[in-house]
Design a protein around this ligand. Structure first.
Ligand code: PLP
Length: 396
């Protein structure tokens, strides 16, 4: 028997899980299977649960101090998994990636300043920028000629930098929703352009540990001198180990001119002060979770292949964009010939599934839906059957 179990269905309703308990509020009904927000239906590695339980068994929950062993675990993980060498002073704790992006937006830009995003992209990038009174400028990704991935528009990026004079760019590396890995060359080119035009690049690397099919993550700060000079990277064990509810993330900044004032501001505001659950879980994950992760990745790959086979055989009008990283699958549903509202209603009311609508990620997501495949394979296959059934009924 495999050491780690990804096949058992775990009932999460009533546990304060956003994915389940917010269904009615967000999708208008409860009798649907959630395949939307990006957490997984798997139990965390037992090594993490044991470490947290051990800490909670001690009955004094006083103020936390971050031990050196926490910083060592992050540094050692980045070196082992990504060949990314980071000094302790280059690291800071941050309580969640979206919050960290919001800190950077607030610290490095002022209301009215321009911020570049590359849609279709993780929707909080726009929400954080606009919610803080900044102006979003888009450099949309270009669909590849084969329609199997997206390409970054580097000439477009230079035009946007030159014409709009943004202060900051928010990069998604790897890129959610389509799970794209950016090559070292592409990242280096972004770094060079950003340095030329004086733009700070915030690189969200939350999906970086979940590279698929033998790929290796390229940290933005490791993609050449220019990237290192302009970059602020945020990463976390949260997606990797399915512990986003514990709210533990980190920042890496190489350039002291960016790092020192930013980290000081985080510190005086106590934005970078962790609680002990976060540091305990992170240490356990990075020091003892590697085997769990190495078992998870092939499971995710096989789920993706099962999804591909399913749509090819049973619902060929929906095309699967194979992700290069993570557990989110970008479905091209344009072949169904529905408007976006019809598409959302088809999934919610006919197939009884809650997926993310493609247009959440920008107007470029029209005709697309994002499917979370991180769940036990048997229940995933069952869910897919309900799409096939609904599409037959809709076309009958
Ligand atoms: C690209 C990306 N960044 C950030 C997050 C959320 O991070 P956090 O929960 O740490 O704010 C997600 C979650 O789906 C994500 O996909």
């Amino acid at each position: 028997m495999a050491k780690y179990d990804f096949d058992t269905v775990i009932d999460r309703r009533g546990t304060g899980a956003m994915k389940y308990d917010a269904l009615n509020e967000l999708f208008g009904r409860n009798d649907i299977t959630p395949m939307w927000i990006a957490d997984m239906e798997f139990a965390a590695a037992p090594e993490i649960t044991e470490a947290i339980m051990r800490r909670f068994a001690h009955p004094v929950y006083g103020y936390a101090y971050t031990p050196d062993s926490y910083w060592d675990s992050v540094r050692s993980w980045l070196m082992r998994r990504h060949g990314f060498s980071v000094e302790k002073e280059e690291l800071a704790f941050v309580p969640g990636i979206v919050r960290a992006i919001a800190y950077a937006v607030n610290f490095f830009t002022a209301p009215g300043d321009k911020i570049v995003i590359q849609p279709p992209v993780y929707h909080p990038f726009r929400m954080v920028a606009e919610g803080n009174g900044r102006v979003v400028v888009e450099n949309p990704l270009i669909p590849s000629p084969q329609g199997d991935t997206y390409i970054m528009d580097l000439p477009g990026l230079e035009r946007v930098f030159a014409q709009e004079r943004p202060k900051l760019m928010i990069l998604c590396n790897p890129h959610n929703p389509a799970g794209i890995q950016w090559s070292r060359e592409t990242l280096a080119a972004v770094g060079s352009l950003a340095r030329k035009y004086g733009v700070i690049v915030v690189s969200d690397e939350i999906h970086g540990d979940l590279m698929l099919y033998g790929r290796r993550h390229v940290p933005f700060l490791d993609a050449g001198e220019d990237a290192a000079a302009v970059g602020i990277a945020f990463g976390a064990p949260s997606k990797t180990f399915n512990i986003p509810g514990l709210v533990s993330s980190w920042a890496v900044v190489r350039n002291p001119q960016i790092r020192e004032p930013f980290y000081k501001w985080l510190e005086v505001n106590e934005f970078s002060a962790p609680n002990f659950t976060a540091t305990t879980a992170t240490e356990a994950a990075y020091n003892h979770g590697e085997e769990w992760l190495d078992s998870l990745i092939p499971y995710l790959e096989e789920n993706i292949e099962a999804v591909e086979r399913f749509f090819q055989q049973k619902c060929p009008r929906i095309k699967v964009m194979r992700p290069q990283a993570s557990f989110l699958v970008w479905l091209d549903c344009r072949g169904l010939g529905m408007s976006q509202d019809e598409l959302v209603s088809f999934f919610v009311n006919d197939a009884r599934l809650a997926l993310n609508s493609g247009t959440m990620f920008g107007s470029q997501g029209e005709g697309f839906m994002r499917l979370n495949i991180a769940q036990p394979r048997a229940s995933l296959l069952e869910v897919l059957e309900s799409i096939a059934l609904a599409s037959v009924e809709v076309n009958a």
